[in-house]
Design a protein around this ligand. Structure first.
Ligand code: SF4
Length: 353
């Protein structure tokens, strides 16, 4: 069996732009543009980048909340099977490619629709950024947490009631909270309820979409500690999306840095914080405030705006804002290449910098 719970190959998610009197398709917003990524079982992979870089779109496409434009997503499949399908799909032989397409339909979740998605919905869950919006204000806590269990038809009424109470205690709340509405709770408690709902169906993989960004600073640490405890207790795998680098440093085993729909750097948390190779990651790290007046870190100011994802720059997408850009950066797009061990970087000049 593979030790990857998720494998993403050449994933693209484009949003069509329509224009003119007849609303014709004139261009695409390339939110995710050819991402390759593997998430290992039991790890927390942090996904960071500026707003609009495509990190949330990537997470939601992996969860099949968005339909992928192109690419493959494998969930909990043996590595040999994934490699067999990928090998056949890239074959020069037409018959082999068509055999690959047939096999792909069985294991690539971008090809799952309707009832085939139901088992997946049980095993993969999401915690959204703002619990005020993600919880139905007209439902009691009891109903909110029970909803996925009822939809999935996993238990009878008595078992559901027992499970809901168990979940409330798991996230640090109590039985007396069952018959209250979301507005009767603080932001932190609402996020705990959202986490309990996400845990209800015994998921294996969870997308954390900036789960602490809408909370007070004092509550953020409590929620992060709770998420870490749950991960250890239930052997969960997280994809933790955030723009807050100190949060991912605290919770992640590995970090992927995204820019304009592409992964720019991927490595262990230590690789990224102690030995980063990509100029964009360096700029992000230099912007972290240091709570010590004695320590001064040179800030790297990124000039120019983030380019339009409808028409990303030729070559390296970061080249208009990179002070190290040379001719090759404007001509050829760098691929993610191995810098050391499990540290990958997409930059033509990383060895010199
Ligand atoms: Fe900068 Fe060139 Fe590296 Fe892109 S490839 S980050 S432009 S040095």
């Amino acid at each position: 069996m593979s030790n990857n719970i998720i494998e993403v190959r050449e994933l693209k998610k484009y949003y069509p732009v329509q224009g003119g009197v007849f609303k014709r398709h004139i261009a695409d917003v390339k939110a995710v543009d050819g991402v390759n990524l593997a998430i290992k079982k039991g790890e927390c992979l942090g996904l960071v980048g500026e707003s609009g870089c495509g990190k949330t779109t990537l997470g939601k496409t992996i969860l099949r909340l968005n339909n992928a434009t192109e690419g493959r997503i494998y969930f909990n499949e043996p590595q040999e099977k994934v490699e067999e399908v990928e090998g056949l799909l890239s074959s020069e032989d037409r018959e082999e490619r068509s055999r690959g397409q047939k096999l792909r339909k069985k294991i690539d979740i971008t090809k799952f629709y309707g009832r085939r998605l139901l088992p997946l919905r049980q095993k993969i869950q999401i915690v959204f950024q703002d619990p005020s919006n993600s919880l139905n204000p007209r439902m009691l806590v009891k109903g909110i947490i029970a909803e996925p269990l009822i939809t999935q038809k996993l238990m009878n009424a008595r078992e559901i009631e027992k499970r809901v109470i168990e979940l409330l205690y798991t996230v640090g709340m109590a039985k007396e909270h069952l018959m209250r509405y979301p507005h009767e709770f603080s932001g932190g408690q609402r996020q705990r309820i959202a986490i309990a709902r996400a845990l209800a169906t015994y998921p294996e993989f969870m997308l954390m979409d900036e789960p602490t960004s809408a909370l007070d600073v004092s509550v953020q640490a409590q929620i992060l500690n709770l998420l870490q405890k749950l991960q250890a207790d239930f052997q969960l795998t997280y994809l933790f999306v955030t723009h807050h680098l100190l949060v991912v440093k605290h919770i992640s085993n590995r970090i992927a840095v995204m820019y304009l729909g592409k992964i720019m750097e991927l490595g262990s948390t230590d690789d990224i914080f102690e030995d980063t190779h990509h100029p964009y990651t360096r700029a992000l790290l230099s912007a972290i405030p240091i709570p010590d007046p004695e320590t001064k870190m040179k800030k790297i100011i990124l000039t120019g705006d983030v380019p339009n994802p409808v028409n990303p720059p030729k070559g390296c997408r970061f080249n208009p804002r990179c002070k190290y850009a040379e001719d090759i950066c404007r001509e050829a797009e760098p691929e993610l290449e191995e810098a050391s061990g499990n540290h990958f970087v997409a930059c033509h000049r990383w060895k010199e910098l």
